[in-house]
Design a protein around this ligand. Structure first.
Ligand SMILES: Cc1cc2nc3c(=O)[nH]c(=O)nc-3n(C[C@H](O)[C@H](O)[C@H](O)COP(=O)(O)OP(=O)(O)OC[C@H]3O[C@@H](n4cnc5c(N)ncnc54)[C@H](O)[C@@H]3O)c2cc1C
Length: 309
Protein backbone atom coordinates (compact mmCIF):
# COMPACT_ATOMS: atom_id res chain seq x y z
CA UNK A 1 0.00 0.00 0.00
CA UNK A 2 1.41 3.39 -1.00
CA UNK A 3 0.90 6.62 0.92
CA UNK A 4 0.46 8.44 -2.37
CA UNK A 5 -0.03 7.66 -6.06
CA UNK A 6 0.78 10.49 -8.46
CA UNK A 7 -0.72 10.20 -11.94
CA UNK A 8 1.35 12.02 -14.60
CA UNK A 9 4.90 13.35 -14.73
CA UNK A 10 4.66 16.82 -16.24
CA UNK A 11 5.72 19.83 -14.18
CA UNK A 12 2.87 19.24 -11.70
CA UNK A 13 3.59 15.52 -11.22
CA UNK A 14 7.33 16.17 -10.92
CA UNK A 15 6.82 18.85 -8.27
CA UNK A 16 4.50 16.50 -6.38
CA UNK A 17 7.06 13.67 -6.52
CA UNK A 18 9.96 15.85 -5.31
CA UNK A 19 7.93 17.11 -2.35
CA UNK A 20 6.67 13.59 -1.61
CA UNK A 21 10.26 12.31 -1.50
CA UNK A 22 11.35 15.09 0.83
CA UNK A 23 8.40 14.35 3.10
CA UNK A 24 9.27 10.61 3.00
CA UNK A 25 5.86 9.58 1.67
CA UNK A 26 5.93 6.12 0.08
CA UNK A 27 4.94 7.16 -3.42
CA UNK A 28 4.23 5.64 -6.81
CA UNK A 29 4.28 7.85 -9.89
CA UNK A 30 2.41 6.35 -12.88
CA UNK A 31 2.85 8.08 -16.20
CA UNK A 32 2.33 7.33 -19.87
CA UNK A 33 5.41 9.36 -20.80
CA UNK A 34 7.77 11.67 -19.02
CA UNK A 35 7.96 15.45 -18.96
CA UNK A 36 4.52 16.67 -20.02
CA UNK A 37 3.23 18.81 -22.84
CA UNK A 38 5.95 21.42 -23.18
CA UNK A 39 8.58 18.73 -23.82
CA UNK A 40 7.87 19.33 -27.56
CA UNK A 41 8.64 23.04 -27.20
CA UNK A 42 11.92 24.28 -28.70
CA UNK A 43 12.35 27.22 -26.35
CA UNK A 44 10.65 27.89 -23.01
CA UNK A 45 11.50 31.35 -21.74
CA UNK A 46 9.33 31.72 -18.65
CA UNK A 47 10.47 28.80 -16.52
CA UNK A 48 11.44 30.80 -13.47
CA UNK A 49 15.18 30.83 -12.79
CA UNK A 50 16.06 29.73 -16.34
CA UNK A 51 15.98 32.40 -19.09
CA UNK A 52 15.73 29.82 -21.89
CA UNK A 53 15.40 26.04 -21.96
CA UNK A 54 14.23 23.50 -24.54
CA UNK A 55 11.27 21.29 -23.65
CA UNK A 56 13.48 18.20 -23.87
CA UNK A 57 15.97 19.64 -21.39
CA UNK A 58 13.18 20.75 -19.06
CA UNK A 59 11.79 17.18 -19.04
CA UNK A 60 15.25 15.73 -18.37
CA UNK A 61 15.80 18.18 -15.51
CA UNK A 62 12.45 17.30 -13.94
CA UNK A 63 13.33 13.61 -14.05
CA UNK A 64 16.85 14.22 -12.69
CA UNK A 65 15.43 16.25 -9.83
CA UNK A 66 12.98 13.47 -8.85
CA UNK A 67 15.64 10.76 -9.09
CA UNK A 68 18.06 12.81 -6.97
CA UNK A 69 15.73 12.44 -4.00
CA UNK A 70 13.71 9.34 -4.93
CA UNK A 71 15.75 6.72 -3.02
CA UNK A 72 13.35 3.90 -2.25
CA UNK A 73 10.62 6.38 -1.45
CA UNK A 74 9.39 7.39 -4.92
CA UNK A 75 8.92 4.62 -7.50
CA UNK A 76 8.22 5.46 -11.12
CA UNK A 77 6.13 3.39 -13.55
CA UNK A 78 6.77 4.97 -16.95
CA UNK A 79 4.78 3.77 -19.98
CA UNK A 80 1.63 2.88 -18.01
CA UNK A 81 -1.67 4.64 -18.45
CA UNK A 82 -4.19 4.90 -15.64
CA UNK A 83 -7.60 3.71 -16.82
CA UNK A 84 -9.65 3.70 -13.60
CA UNK A 85 -9.60 4.59 -9.92
CA UNK A 86 -11.83 2.88 -7.39
CA UNK A 87 -12.55 4.27 -3.93
CA UNK A 88 -13.01 1.60 -1.27
CA UNK A 89 -13.70 3.54 1.91
CA UNK A 90 -10.64 5.78 1.57
CA UNK A 91 -8.33 3.16 0.04
CA UNK A 92 -7.82 3.85 -3.66
CA UNK A 93 -7.24 1.10 -6.23
CA UNK A 94 -5.62 2.52 -9.34
CA UNK A 95 -5.84 0.33 -12.46
CA UNK A 96 -3.62 0.76 -15.52
CA UNK A 97 -3.81 -0.31 -19.16
CA UNK A 98 -1.36 -3.10 -18.32
CA UNK A 99 -3.96 -4.56 -15.94
CA UNK A 100 -1.86 -3.67 -12.90
CA UNK A 101 -3.73 -2.52 -9.79
CA UNK A 102 -1.94 -0.37 -7.21
CA UNK A 103 -3.35 0.66 -3.86
CA UNK A 104 -2.84 3.91 -2.03
CA UNK A 105 -4.14 6.03 0.84
CA UNK A 106 -4.14 9.18 -1.30
CA UNK A 107 -4.02 10.13 -5.00
CA UNK A 108 -2.68 13.25 -6.73
CA UNK A 109 -3.97 13.63 -10.30
CA UNK A 110 -1.65 15.61 -12.57
CA UNK A 111 -2.67 14.09 -15.91
CA UNK A 112 -2.59 17.43 -17.76
CA UNK A 113 -4.28 17.80 -21.11
CA UNK A 114 -3.96 16.74 -24.76
CA UNK A 115 -4.35 18.57 -28.07
CA UNK A 116 -7.84 19.36 -29.32
CA UNK A 117 -8.25 17.89 -32.81
CA UNK A 118 -9.76 19.82 -35.69
CA UNK A 119 -12.94 18.18 -36.99
CA UNK A 120 -13.67 19.87 -40.35
CA UNK A 121 -14.10 17.77 -43.55
CA UNK A 122 -10.73 16.41 -44.70
CA UNK A 123 -9.08 16.77 -41.27
CA UNK A 124 -9.16 13.10 -40.31
CA UNK A 125 -8.13 11.80 -43.71
CA UNK A 126 -5.19 14.20 -44.08
CA UNK A 127 -3.81 14.01 -40.53
CA UNK A 128 -0.03 13.48 -40.78
CA UNK A 129 -0.37 14.07 -44.53
CA UNK A 130 0.13 17.79 -44.22
CA UNK A 131 -1.95 18.35 -41.08
CA UNK A 132 0.15 18.20 -37.94
CA UNK A 133 -0.09 18.98 -34.24
CA UNK A 134 3.63 19.35 -33.50
CA UNK A 135 5.83 22.02 -35.08
CA UNK A 136 9.04 20.88 -33.44
CA UNK A 137 8.42 17.29 -34.61
CA UNK A 138 7.20 17.96 -38.17
CA UNK A 139 8.11 21.59 -38.95
CA UNK A 140 11.35 20.93 -40.88
CA UNK A 141 9.43 18.77 -43.40
CA UNK A 142 7.81 22.00 -44.62
CA UNK A 143 11.04 23.97 -45.21
CA UNK A 144 10.56 26.46 -48.07
CA UNK A 145 6.77 25.93 -48.17
CA UNK A 146 3.77 28.13 -47.43
CA UNK A 147 2.05 26.95 -44.24
CA UNK A 148 -0.89 27.85 -42.04
CA UNK A 149 -1.18 27.81 -38.26
CA UNK A 150 -4.74 27.48 -36.97
CA UNK A 151 -5.08 29.09 -33.53
CA UNK A 152 -4.08 32.48 -32.13
CA UNK A 153 -3.09 31.53 -28.56
CA UNK A 154 0.41 31.16 -27.14
CA UNK A 155 0.84 27.68 -28.61
CA UNK A 156 -0.17 28.98 -32.08
CA UNK A 157 2.30 31.84 -31.93
CA UNK A 158 5.06 29.66 -30.59
CA UNK A 159 4.46 27.29 -33.49
CA UNK A 160 4.53 30.20 -35.96
CA UNK A 161 7.81 31.45 -34.44
CA UNK A 162 9.42 28.04 -35.00
CA UNK A 163 8.11 27.73 -38.57
CA UNK A 164 9.34 31.19 -39.60
CA UNK A 165 12.89 29.88 -39.30
CA UNK A 166 12.50 27.68 -42.39
CA UNK A 167 9.09 28.13 -44.11
CA UNK A 168 8.50 30.46 -47.05
CA UNK A 169 5.47 32.05 -45.40
CA UNK A 170 3.35 31.46 -42.31
CA UNK A 171 -0.29 32.52 -42.07
CA UNK A 172 -1.92 32.41 -38.67
CA UNK A 173 -5.70 31.96 -38.62
CA UNK A 174 -7.58 33.11 -35.56
CA UNK A 175 -11.33 32.66 -35.04
CA UNK A 176 -11.72 35.83 -32.93
CA UNK A 177 -10.73 39.44 -33.48
CA UNK A 178 -8.12 39.68 -30.69
CA UNK A 179 -5.22 37.26 -30.26
CA UNK A 180 -5.21 35.34 -26.99
CA UNK A 181 -1.40 34.97 -26.99
CA UNK A 182 0.87 37.15 -24.82
CA UNK A 183 1.49 40.54 -26.51
CA UNK A 184 5.29 40.07 -26.29
CA UNK A 185 5.22 37.00 -28.58
CA UNK A 186 2.49 38.43 -30.86
CA UNK A 187 4.56 41.56 -31.52
CA UNK A 188 7.78 39.62 -32.10
CA UNK A 189 6.22 37.12 -34.51
CA UNK A 190 4.10 39.59 -36.51
CA UNK A 191 7.17 41.77 -37.13
CA UNK A 192 8.57 39.08 -39.43
CA UNK A 193 7.82 39.97 -43.11
CA UNK A 194 7.08 36.28 -43.88
CA UNK A 195 4.21 36.37 -41.38
CA UNK A 196 0.55 37.06 -42.10
CA UNK A 197 -2.40 37.13 -39.66
CA UNK A 198 -6.10 36.57 -40.40
CA UNK A 199 -8.79 37.39 -37.84
CA UNK A 200 -12.39 36.11 -37.63
CA UNK A 201 -11.36 33.16 -39.78
CA UNK A 202 -13.27 29.90 -39.36
CA UNK A 203 -11.72 26.86 -40.99
CA UNK A 204 -14.37 24.96 -42.95
CA UNK A 205 -12.46 22.41 -45.02
CA UNK A 206 -9.02 20.98 -45.62
CA UNK A 207 -8.52 19.37 -49.02
CA UNK A 208 -6.01 17.43 -51.07
CA UNK A 209 -5.84 14.16 -53.00
CA UNK A 210 -3.21 12.30 -50.98
CA UNK A 211 -1.56 15.18 -49.14
CA UNK A 212 -2.83 18.61 -48.11
CA UNK A 213 -3.13 20.96 -51.08
CA UNK A 214 -5.06 23.74 -49.41
CA UNK A 215 -7.82 24.82 -47.07
CA UNK A 216 -10.98 26.91 -47.06
CA UNK A 217 -12.03 29.34 -44.39
CA UNK A 218 -14.99 31.62 -43.82
CA UNK A 219 -14.56 35.27 -42.89
CA UNK A 220 -17.06 35.41 -40.02
CA UNK A 221 -17.65 39.14 -40.52
CA UNK A 222 -18.45 39.05 -44.26
CA UNK A 223 -19.41 35.34 -44.62
CA UNK A 224 -17.12 35.16 -47.65
CA UNK A 225 -15.33 31.86 -48.29
CA UNK A 226 -11.59 32.07 -49.03
CA UNK A 227 -9.15 29.50 -50.34
CA UNK A 228 -5.54 29.18 -49.19
CA UNK A 229 -3.15 27.01 -51.22
CA UNK A 230 -0.82 25.54 -48.63
CA UNK A 231 1.07 22.27 -48.09
CA UNK A 232 1.25 22.32 -44.32
CA UNK A 233 -1.36 23.03 -41.65
CA UNK A 234 -0.35 23.23 -37.99
CA UNK A 235 -3.26 22.98 -35.56
CA UNK A 236 -3.11 24.68 -32.15
CA UNK A 237 -6.74 25.06 -31.11
CA UNK A 238 -6.54 24.26 -27.45
CA UNK A 239 -6.43 21.37 -25.10
CA UNK A 240 -8.70 18.65 -23.72
CA UNK A 241 -8.15 17.64 -20.06
CA UNK A 242 -7.06 14.03 -19.50
CA UNK A 243 -9.77 13.20 -17.00
CA UNK A 244 -11.88 10.36 -18.49
CA UNK A 245 -10.62 7.93 -15.89
CA UNK A 246 -12.07 10.01 -13.00
CA UNK A 247 -15.52 10.67 -14.45
CA UNK A 248 -18.04 9.89 -11.72
CA UNK A 249 -15.32 9.74 -9.06
CA UNK A 250 -14.62 13.48 -8.63
CA UNK A 251 -16.60 16.54 -9.71
CA UNK A 252 -15.72 17.94 -13.15
CA UNK A 253 -16.65 21.32 -14.66
CA UNK A 254 -18.40 21.84 -18.03
CA UNK A 255 -15.04 21.37 -19.85
CA UNK A 256 -14.33 18.12 -17.97
CA UNK A 257 -11.63 19.75 -15.86
CA UNK A 258 -11.35 18.57 -12.26
CA UNK A 259 -12.91 21.02 -9.82
CA UNK A 260 -10.51 21.83 -7.01
CA UNK A 261 -10.53 23.90 -3.87
CA UNK A 262 -7.92 26.57 -4.74
CA UNK A 263 -6.64 26.77 -1.12
CA UNK A 264 -5.65 23.11 -0.91
CA UNK A 265 -6.08 21.49 -4.39
CA UNK A 266 -8.54 19.02 -2.82
CA UNK A 267 -11.09 17.51 -5.20
CA UNK A 268 -14.68 16.74 -4.20
CA UNK A 269 -13.56 13.28 -3.02
CA UNK A 270 -11.62 13.16 0.26
CA UNK A 271 -8.20 11.56 -0.33
CA UNK A 272 -7.89 12.76 -3.95
CA UNK A 273 -6.10 15.97 -4.96
CA UNK A 274 -5.44 17.39 -8.42
CA UNK A 275 -3.07 20.02 -9.85
CA UNK A 276 -2.00 21.49 -13.18
CA UNK A 277 -3.72 21.58 -16.56
CA UNK A 278 -6.30 18.91 -15.71
CA UNK A 279 -7.89 21.25 -13.15
CA UNK A 280 -10.32 24.15 -13.45
CA UNK A 281 -7.82 26.88 -12.49
CA UNK A 282 -7.89 30.03 -14.58
CA UNK A 283 -4.38 29.81 -16.04
CA UNK A 284 -2.48 26.82 -17.33
CA UNK A 285 1.28 27.26 -17.26
CA UNK A 286 4.34 25.26 -16.15
CA UNK A 287 5.07 27.42 -13.11
CA UNK A 288 1.44 27.37 -11.99
CA UNK A 289 1.24 23.58 -12.36
CA UNK A 290 4.30 23.10 -10.14
CA UNK A 291 3.13 25.60 -7.51
CA UNK A 292 -0.31 24.02 -7.30
CA UNK A 293 1.19 20.52 -6.93
CA UNK A 294 3.42 21.76 -4.10
CA UNK A 295 0.33 23.18 -2.41
CA UNK A 296 -1.41 19.80 -2.83
CA UNK A 297 1.54 17.94 -1.30
CA UNK A 298 1.58 20.16 1.78
CA UNK A 299 -2.10 19.34 2.25
CA UNK A 300 -1.70 15.61 1.51
CA UNK A 301 1.05 15.43 4.12
CA UNK A 302 -1.22 16.98 6.76
CA UNK A 303 -4.06 14.61 5.80
CA UNK A 304 -1.83 11.52 6.12
CA UNK A 305 -0.29 12.79 9.35
CA UNK A 306 -3.77 13.32 10.84
CA UNK A 307 -4.69 9.71 9.91
CA UNK A 308 -1.73 8.26 11.79
CA UNK A 309 -2.08 10.29 14.98
C1 LIG B 1 3.56 23.33 -27.36
C2 LIG B 1 3.38 23.86 -25.96
C3 LIG B 1 4.22 24.84 -25.50
C4 LIG B 1 4.07 25.34 -24.20
N1 LIG B 1 4.92 26.32 -23.78
C5 LIG B 1 4.82 26.78 -22.52
C6 LIG B 1 5.74 27.78 -22.04
O1 LIG B 1 6.60 28.26 -22.78
N2 LIG B 1 5.60 28.18 -20.75
C7 LIG B 1 4.62 27.67 -19.90
O2 LIG B 1 4.58 28.06 -18.74
N3 LIG B 1 3.74 26.75 -20.34
C8 LIG B 1 3.81 26.31 -21.62
N4 LIG B 1 2.90 25.39 -22.08
C9 LIG B 1 1.86 24.91 -21.15
C10 LIG B 1 2.48 23.87 -20.20
O3 LIG B 1 3.13 22.89 -20.97
C11 LIG B 1 1.41 23.25 -19.31
O4 LIG B 1 0.76 24.25 -18.57
C12 LIG B 1 2.04 22.24 -18.37
O5 LIG B 1 2.71 21.23 -19.08
C13 LIG B 1 1.00 21.62 -17.46
O6 LIG B 1 1.65 20.68 -16.68
P1 LIG B 1 0.88 19.43 -16.06
O7 LIG B 1 1.92 18.71 -15.24
O8 LIG B 1 -0.35 19.87 -15.42
O9 LIG B 1 0.41 18.53 -17.29
P2 LIG B 1 1.16 17.93 -18.55
O10 LIG B 1 2.40 18.66 -18.86
O11 LIG B 1 0.12 17.82 -19.61
O12 LIG B 1 1.58 16.47 -18.08
C14 LIG B 1 0.62 15.47 -17.94
C15 LIG B 1 1.31 14.15 -17.65
O13 LIG B 1 0.32 13.17 -17.37
C16 LIG B 1 0.55 12.01 -18.12
N5 LIG B 1 -0.75 11.34 -18.31
C17 LIG B 1 -1.85 11.82 -18.95
N6 LIG B 1 -2.88 10.95 -18.83
C18 LIG B 1 -2.42 9.90 -18.10
C19 LIG B 1 -2.99 8.69 -17.64
N7 LIG B 1 -4.27 8.36 -17.91
N8 LIG B 1 -2.22 7.84 -16.93
C20 LIG B 1 -0.92 8.15 -16.65
N9 LIG B 1 -0.32 9.29 -17.05
C21 LIG B 1 -1.07 10.15 -17.77
C22 LIG B 1 1.22 12.52 -19.41
O14 LIG B 1 2.00 11.50 -20.02
C23 LIG B 1 2.11 13.61 -18.81
O15 LIG B 1 3.30 13.07 -18.29
C24 LIG B 1 3.03 24.86 -23.36
C25 LIG B 1 2.16 23.87 -23.84
C26 LIG B 1 2.34 23.38 -25.13
C27 LIG B 1 1.39 22.30 -25.63
Amino acid sequence: MFDLIIIGSGPAGAAGAIYAARKQLKTLMITTDFGGQSSVSSDIQNWIGTPSISGTNLSENLKKHILAYADNIVNIKEGEKVTAIENNNGVFSVTTDQKNVYQSKTVLITAGSSRRKITVPGADRLEQKGITYCASCDGPIFAGQDVVVIGGGNAGFETAAQLLAYCNSVTILHHGDVFKADPIIVEKVLKNPKMKALFNAETIEIYGETFVEGMKYKDKKTNEIHDLKVKGIFVEIGQIPNTVFVKGLVDLDEYNRIKIDPWTQKTSTPGIWAAGDCTNVLYHQNNIATGDAVKALENIYLYLYARTT
